[in-house]
Design a protein around this ligand. Structure first.
Ligand SMILES: [Cu+2]
Length: 163
């Protein structure tokens, strides 16, 4: 009897964590998704890469102030550039990047602001971030896209707010 009991406890010591760990991960997932509103960047829309000139918002590319202190960066990536590759906003701005690729798969990584987007031809990616303190933030293409991939970068310049 004692012998059988020992085996049971030994099995239990393995069984409990194998249930508790996935359960804890599921709780963490639910809390971050619904409580903290953290989501994986998704596909925000589709765009024909041959028709940027006719398709909003890429028909008006660049940095656009849509409301006071709210900016949209309508960005097109291509071999081997970001357009725009310099984004200037005043400190305290909320900036939404709306980006796509016109040719191959690129990426947009802005580590200072925790932005990591895949830019796929035909699909629109979007991420919103707030820049509170003045400074410069480098962004790069993080998907190998050909011989001059390493030249694909740009920067966000957060300027001190004018009074
Ligand atoms: Cu690239």
């Amino acid at each position: 009897m004692m012998r059988g009991m020992t085996i049971y406890l030994y099995e239990l010591a393995w069984m409990l964590p194998s249930v508790a760990i996935p359960a804890a991960m599921l709780v963490a997932l639910i809390v971050t998704a619904f409580g903290a509103g953290i989501h994986v960047p998704g596909v925000e829309g589709r765009v024909d890469p041959t028709k940027f000139a006719e398709t909003a918002p890429f028909n008006e590319p660049g940095v656009v102030e849509v409301e006071p202190s709210r900016y949209e960066v309508r960005m097109i990536a291509g071999i081997w550039f970001f357009s725009p590759n310099e984004v200037r906003v005043p400190a305290g701005s909320t900036v939404t990047f709306i980006a796509t690729s016109r040719d191959v798969i690129h990426g947009l990584a802005l580590h200072d602001a925790n932005i990591n987007l895949m830019l796929l031809p035909g699909r629109v990616a979007r991420a919103t971030v707030q820049f509170n303190t003045p400074g410069e933030h480098l962004f790069v293409c993080h998907e190998y896209c050909g011989i001059a991939h390493h030249t694909m970068f740009g920067k966000v310049i957060v300027e001190p707010r004018q009074r």
